[in-house]
Design a binder for this molecule. Sequence first.
Ligand SMILES: C[C@@]1(CC(=O)O)C2=NC(=C\c3[nH]c(c(CCC(=O)O)c3CC(=O)O)Cc3[nH]c(c(CC(=O)O)c3CCC(=O)O)/C=C3\N/C(=C\2)[C@@H](CCC(=O)O)[C@]3(C)CC(=O)O)/[C@H]1CCC(=O)O
Ligand SMILES: NC(=O)c1ccc[n+]([C@@H]2O[C@H](COP(=O)([O-])OP(=O)(O)OC[C@H]3O[C@@H](n4cnc5c(N)ncnc54)[C@H](O)[C@@H]3O)[C@@H](O)[C@H]2O)c1
Length: 185
Amino acid sequence: MPHFPAFINLEGKKVVVVGGGVVAERKIEKLLPFKPSIKVISPAFTAGIEKLRREGRVSIVKRKFMLPDIRDAFMVIVAVDNIKLQKRIYEYCKKRRILCNAVDSPDFCTFIFPALVIRGDIVIGISTSGKVPALSRSLREYVQKALPENLEQVKEKLETMRRNIPKGEERQRLMVKLSRRFLNL
Ligand SMILES: C[C@@]1(CC(=O)O)C2=NC(=C\c3[nH]c(c(CCC(=O)O)c3CC(=O)O)Cc3[nH]c(c(CC(=O)O)c3CCC(=O)O)/C=C3\N/C(=C\2)[C@@H](CCC(=O)O)[C@]3(C)CC(=O)O)/[C@H]1CCC(=O)O
Ligand SMILES: NC(=O)c1ccc[n+]([C@@H]2O[C@H](COP(=O)([O-])OP(=O)(O)OC[C@H]3O[C@@H](n4cnc5c(N)ncnc54)[C@H](O)[C@@H]3O)[C@@H](O)[C@H]2O)c1
């Protein structure tokens, strides 16, 4: 079944990452531009995660995970090669309505990571609803190639224009017309 893409404001939200390996590091890098408060719990960490800690961009707890670690989390990422633990965390999160992503098991995810293209405020997320992640990656590369270079500047211009015109039908028509013209549609 296809998944609904929701765009969430993560600023300041508490995100707990369980596991400190290469996949955890990749997910953390993915989340950082959205400014959450990230805590990583693991007995061992990659050099990359250690560096992020030194830079003050994540906090770390050096031990095995315990359930109270995620009691007040907004979002949990489980990047551990342990299906039993993934299931236990997923079930806990489901009960408490905490968003949960298990990197190894679409069945234990309440949300999944998309392949991302970010140009300032413009965010394009691509997913195969968990079926073929490598295809999401190649679609991301395809979209990156196809996007116009000046996308951010045009967005800035349109945003200023939109802010300075009163709400209403005239503004709606103009915004649709200019956005379509920019992409030669
Ligand atoms: C898009 C992207 C975003 C990101 O990671 O942030 C992402 N995976 C990416 C790449 C990638 N992942 C894998 C390969 C190797 C090829 C292969 O195995 O097929 C490659 C290709 C590569 O590395 O180039 C392995 C893999 N991935 C998952 C499993 C478990 C399983 O399927 O059961 C296994 C097997 C592990 C194993 O065998 O041990 C699961 C998930 N991976 C997802 C996201 C979610 C579904 C996304 C969707 O709906 O399409 C989901 C469900 C959960 C999640 O992670 O949220 C990122 C591309 C980013 C980019 O380049 O822009
Ligand atoms: N979703 C994806 O895109 C994707 C891609 C490739 C692999 N994977 C899967 O992601 C998982 C993690 O891969 P990896 O390469 O990072 O593995 P890894 O073995 O390098 O990392 C696992 C980490 O979990 C930590 N850990 C182990 N038990 C723990 C516990 N009880 N509490 C807290 N931390 C604990 C380890 O110390 C280690 O840091 C694997 O299961 C792999 O199959 C997912």
